[in-house]
Design a protein around this ligand. Sequence first.
Ligand code: FMN
Length: 185
Amino acid sequence: MATVLVSYGSSEGQTAAIAERIGDVLDEAGVDVTVVNANHPPANLDPGRYDGVVVGASIHAGRHQRSVETFVSTHREALNRLPSAFVSVSLSAASADPGTREDAEGLLEAFLEDMGWEPDLTLPVAGALKYSEYGLLTRFVMKRIAGRERGDTDTSQDYEYTDWDELEAFVLEFADLLEAEPASG
Ligand SMILES: Cc1cc2nc3c(=O)[nH]c(=O)nc-3n(C[C@H](O)[C@H](O)[C@H](O)COP(=O)(O)O)c2cc1C
């Protein structure tokens, strides 16, 4: 059975939910999956011992979580050797404006270049607006940003933009890559 490590960073929980869904889809495809929060990695974590690695991170103020930067830079060699995939979660990826969606692509590409990592597959993923989880100031700022984008500004509710079907298709594409590689065990 192929083994896959899913490592993620998440500030308000959407990428955590996405990582869990990635794990579920791989599990259903017959893969032995381990999902790890990059903020609290197990002490003996060795990505090089898996048959593939998926990394997820979300964008805040133009950058991905530092915990994920640390994970990728620490394990760059294994990530470049194994089948690997990166999902970058943001509101820009949810925008109706193609230019804003290009910004999300640009931040994804810039992250990979900074890290020196060339994953086999990448996906910008639309995240969520979780007004109920923001403090007052963040709620105010996010409402203004959403307003500028003609997005959802009713702060009495949360909004989720993630396209779960697109994510599932992406994960199955990744699972196909594992079959193309010799699996351990
Ligand atoms: C304080 C803050 C800053 C954010 N900055 C950006 C940003 O610069 N670009 C963007 O596209 N999305 C931005 N977002 C949206 C998040 O990427 C989006 O809400 C995502 O779903 C968060 O995922 P998480 O819950 O896994 O952290 C920001 C969200 C917050 C709360």
